[in-house]
Design a protein around this ligand. Structure first.
Ligand code: NAD
Length: 445
C-alpha cells in the first residue's frame, strides 16, 4: 500500500474513475469537488454518474477505506503528496480550452502547500499549461514568501467513457511528462500496479505529453470523419462503407478501430480537443488543415442524418419519430456534443414530434432539451417509442437495441421505416420483416 495520500481535484467522469481505480491499485485517495451535491451523493455511497462497472469497484474501495470524498480542497491538498487536477476544460467561444478551473486549482495549491508536492495535470490541457500551472503556484508561494519545491507533471488520460474502468486499468500506455527525476519516481509509484504489469510508460517533456493527447484525439476524430465522408460517397454510388471499412481495417497500417460510419462523433473530448488544437496552432500562425477539415465533415455528417430522414418523407410536418439512444455513445449517460443534440432540434424545427428512449441518459437529456418539453416525450422502454410512429431512428448503439424483436417493431410502427444510423442491422435482414431500411453508406440496392 502506498503510504502517501493522493488528492484528485475534480470528481467527474475522469476524476471519479481515476480515484476509484487508483484506490483499487492500493493508493489512498481523496476525491475533491466543488459540487456539494455530487460529493454528498458519493459520501452516501451513491453514484453521481453512470459508468459501467464503476459502482462495484467504488463499493469495494469504500469498504476497504481507501477512498474518501470531500469539498474541502485545502485540507485535501495539505494532506496529500500527489495532487491530480482533473477538472473540466470545456471549449471557449473561440475554440480554445477554458483553463479557468485548472488555474483556480493551481492558485489554491500555491496558497496551501508547505512541503514538496507533485501536481499532476490529468485534465486535457493545451501545450504550455504545465508551465502555466507552475508559474501560478510559484507566484502564490512568492506572495507567501515561501521557498518550497514542487513539480508539475503532465499525465494525460486516454480512457473512453463506457469502457473507462477497463481503459484505466489496462491502458495502452501511461504518459508521464516531467523533467524531474523525483516526480517521475513518485508517478511510477502511483501507477505501480500497472508498471509491474508491463504497461508501457512513456517518459517525455510536459509539452510533448500535452501534445500527445491532442494529437491522439485529433487523429481518431479525423479517422471517423474520413469514413463518414466515404459513407456519403457510398450512398451516392451504391457502395457499402461497412465492407470498405472492414477491408481497410485488415491492413495493419490502417487498423479497424474508429472506422465506423455513423451520425458524427460527439462526446466531451473529440469536439473540444480538435477545436483546441486548431486554435493553439492558429496562435502560432499555423493552419492545421487536416484536423479543420475533419471538424467540418463532422458537422456536416450530423446534418446529413437529418437530410436522410427528410428525404424519405414528402414532408416532416406532423410526423412522429421514435428515437433509440440519446447519449453520445453506449454505456454512458454523457450527452455532451451528442449527435442527438443537433439532430433532434433540427427535426423538431421541421415539425416532428419525438418519442425518445435511452437506458441511462434520459435524466441528463431532460436538462439539455429543457426548451423542447412540448416536442419530446420520454419513454420507458425501446418499444414504447415505436408505438404509432412514422419511423424509427437508432442514434446510439446500446446493446439492448442490437436485438430488437423486429416483428414487434413492424407491428408497432405506423410507417415501416427504420433509420439505423449506427449500421447495427443488416439491410436484407430488416427487409425480411417488411421494414424499409436506411443505414449510413450501405448503398441503395
Ligand atoms: P466533468 O465535467 O465530468 O468533471 C469535472 C469536475 O470538476 C466536475 O465535477 C466539476 O464540478 C469539477 N470542478 C470544476 N472546478 C473545480 C474546482 N475548482 N475544484 C474542484 N472541482 C472542480 O469532466 P471530465 O469528463 O471528467 O473531464 C475532465 C478532464 O479530463 C477534461 O479536461 C477532459 O477533456 C479530460 N478527459 C475526459 C475524458 C472523458 O472521456 N470524459 C477522457 C480523457 C480526458
Amino acid at each position: 500500500m502506498y503510504e502517501n495520500k493522493i488528492s484528485i481535484i475534480g470528481t467527474g467522469y475522469v476524476g471519479l474513475v481515476a480515484g476509484v481505480c487508483l484506490a483499487d491499485f492500493g493508493n489512498n485517495i481523496i476525491n475533491v469537488d466543488i459540487d456539494e451535491e455530487k460529493i454528498k451523493k458519493l459520501q452516501n455511497k451513491k453514484m453521481p454518474l453512470y459508468e459501467r462497472g464503476l459502482k462495484e469497484i467504488f463499493d469495494k474501495n469504500i469498504e476497504e477505506k481507501r477512498i474518501s470524498f470531500t469539498t474541502k480542497i485545502e485540507k485535501a491538498i495539505g494532506d496529500s503528496q500527489v495532487i491530480f487536477i482533473a477538472v473540466g476544460t470545456p471549449s471557449n467561444g473561440d475554440g480554445s480550452a477554458d483553463l479557468n478551473a485548472v488555474k483556480k486549482v493551481a492558485k489554491t495549491i500555491g496558497n496551501i502547500i508547505n512541503e514538496y508536492k507533485v501536481i499532476v495535470n490529468k485534465s486535457t490541457v493545451p501545450v504550455g499549461t504545465a508551465k502555466k500551472v507552475k508559474n501560478i503556484i510559484q507566484d502564490q508561494l512568492e506572495k507567501r514568501e515561501k521557498n518550497i519545491s514542487f513539480d508539475v507533471v503532465s499525465n494525460p488520460e486516454f480512457l473512453r467513457e463506457g469502457k473507462a474502468i477497463y481503459d484505466f486499468t489496462h491502458p495502452d500506455r501511461i504518459v508521464i511528462g516531467s523533467n524531474s527525476k523525483k516526480a517521475k519516481k513518485i508517478m511510477q509509484n502511483v501507477y505501480r500496479a500497472l508498471y509491474l504489469n508491463n504497461v508501457p510508460f512513456v517518459f517525455t517533456s510536459p509539452q510533448t505529453a500535452e501534445l500527445i493527447k491532442y494529437a491522439s484525439n485529433a487523429f481518431l476524430a479525423t479517422k471517423i470523419s474520413f469514413i463518414n465522408e466515404m459513407s456519403i460517397l457510398c450512398d451516392k454510388v451504391d457502395g457499402n462503407v461497412q465492407t470498405i471499412a472492414k477491408t481497410m481495417g485488415m491492413d495493419g497500417r490502417i487498423g479497424d478501430k474508429f472506422l465506423h460510419a455513423g451520425p458524427g462523433y460527439g462526446g466531451s473530448c473529440f469536439p473540444k480537443d480538435t477545436k483546441a488544437i486548431v486554435k493553439t496552432a492558429g496562435d502560432y500562425g499555423l493552419n492545421l488543415r487536416v484536423i479543420q477539415a475533419g471538424i467540418e465533415a463532422n458537422k456536416k455528417q450530423k446534418m446529413y442524418m437529418v437530410e436522410k430522414i427528410e428525404n424519405y418523407y414528402e414532408t416532416l410536418e406532423g410526423k412522429k419519430l421514435g428515437i433509440l439512444g440519446l447519449s453520445f455513445k453506449p454505456e454512458t449517460d454523457d450527452m455532451r456534443e451528442s449527435a442527438s443534440l443537433t439532430i433532434l432540434p433540427e427535426l423538431i424545427k421541421k415539425g416532428v414530434k419525438i418519442m425518445a428512449y435511452d437506458p441511462e441518459a434520459i435524466k441528463v437529456a431532460k436538462c439539455y432539451f429543457k426548451n423542447f418539453d412540448k416536442d419530446i416525450i420520454y419513454c420507458d422502454n425501446e418499444y414504447e417509442v415505436m408505438k404509432n410512429a412514422d419511423g424509427l431512428v437508432l442514434l446510439t448503439e446500446w446493446n439492448q437495441f442490437r436485438r430488437l424483436d423486429l416483428n414487434k417493431v413492424k407491428e408497432l410502427l405506423k410507417q415501416p421505416i427504420f433509420f439505423d444510423f449506427r449500421n447495427v442491422y443488416k439491410k436484407d435482414e430488416i427487409k425480411e420483416y417488411g421494414l424499409n431500411y436506411i443505414g449510413v453508406g450501405i448503398g441503395n440496392s
